[in-house]
Design a protein around this ligand. Sequence first.
Ligand code: GLN
Length: 487
Amino acid sequence: MLNSLTISELAAKLAKRETSAREVTQACLDQIQRVDGSIHAFLSYDAPDALAQADAADQAIAAGATRAERPLLGVPIALKDVLAVKNQPLGCASKILAKFTSPYDATVVEKLKAAGAIVFGRLNMDEFAMGSSTENSAYVTTRNPWDTSRIPGGSSGGSAAAVAADECLATLGSDTGGSIRQPAALCGCVGLKPTYGRVSRYGLVAFASSLDQIGPFTKDIRDASTILSVISGRDERDSTSVPEPVPDYTAALTGNIKGLKIGLPKEYFIGGLDKEVTDAVNAAVKQLEKLGAEIVEISLPHTDYAVAVYYIIATAEASANLARFDGIRYGLRVDGADPIELYSKTRGAGFGPEVKRRIILGTYVLSSGYYDAYYLRAQKVRTLIRQDFLKAFEKVDLVVTPTTPTPAFKAGEKSDDPMQMYLSDIFTISCNLAGIPGVSLPCGFSTNPKLPIGLQLLGKPFGEETLLRAAHAYEQSTAWHKERPNL
Ligand code: GLN
């Protein structure tokens, strides 16, 4: 099936003229038709537009365009509903942006298009990327392709499920506290969060600007490396993007990790960690050792504070970022007798309960009298968390952890208990607070039911080459990434 190919497998077939961009795009559209009624990864897509882009890619291939110039030529890629694509809906799975269409392309979208990708479809998510299950979408809960009674993770649940269900070859999502790595782990695909500043955030609807980063979901590490090379780089329109050179990340995938030092943080193997997750991660650590890595116990002593710090900083930034949705400038407007009434009616009707909870929390921690006690203190602890990692990286090249404490949970299981939901991000949040890169990749399955388990590797700032080299070496020595759900 063409829709289940990796990007590199498709590229080889396109180069030999064994298939066409139209055929692979049609195969993805057929798969969406067949399975998305039960998965609900897509909020919308425009099939004629996708096929028109595919035809343009086929013409470019016929005219001699090469993969070296356009590494994603003819590759169908769908996007989380938080990334701006010119003339496509941009809704953040929120009623407040229900009728909004983007007037411009995000930088990552410009780059995907220039690389030849077929950019189509809007993927479901938790409203404004706030959540861990997609149950906070204003429209529908995406289902886990491995068991449709379960959630796919979040907030980029649609992005993970679409790749796992072979509805497209790759997707993009955003990760503020784990929203790429956690759903990738729960759906059994690869999810990469780059170093803060590696990828431009221009055209990403902001949730928490000091934490947000865009990254790919793919079927293997090579494809994640290909996409990272395409989307990375300095962008004048995002002053936090960094002018570090962008290497060809696929060149780093040598398969050799002899002598690499990998840290195992003792604070991550704690109570509440599912037995099958523990076993799968321990087996993966043994496998890394067999491949020549040296495993070193490390300590990240401020780990315990990560969730609390995150929910102060992320909500504070969200309360400021979401102030722009006022009924005047974008999307929904509910009229009122005066501007204040218009604002409150619009925001009252347009935002869902979790978004409101975060805005209220974030406004509170920033309010005078509480700023020092909460926000300022959280910023200080954030620095300690970053220093934990920088200190560990004096001794080790990478850190290995589980991505999530448990495999995918049932829809409805945690939706009434925000604290339980927040704790499902316990292993992914520190990475954003520290600004370092992280990847999740499949490392096993639970039995009864069979659900994917994710391994998380964390790297030094701008250390994506080493991170991807280790992830790739592990992946290629196992067969977990080849397993597919029964749809
Ligand atoms: N689940 C976390 C939250 O609810 C992380 C979300 C994200 O990374 N966008 O905030």
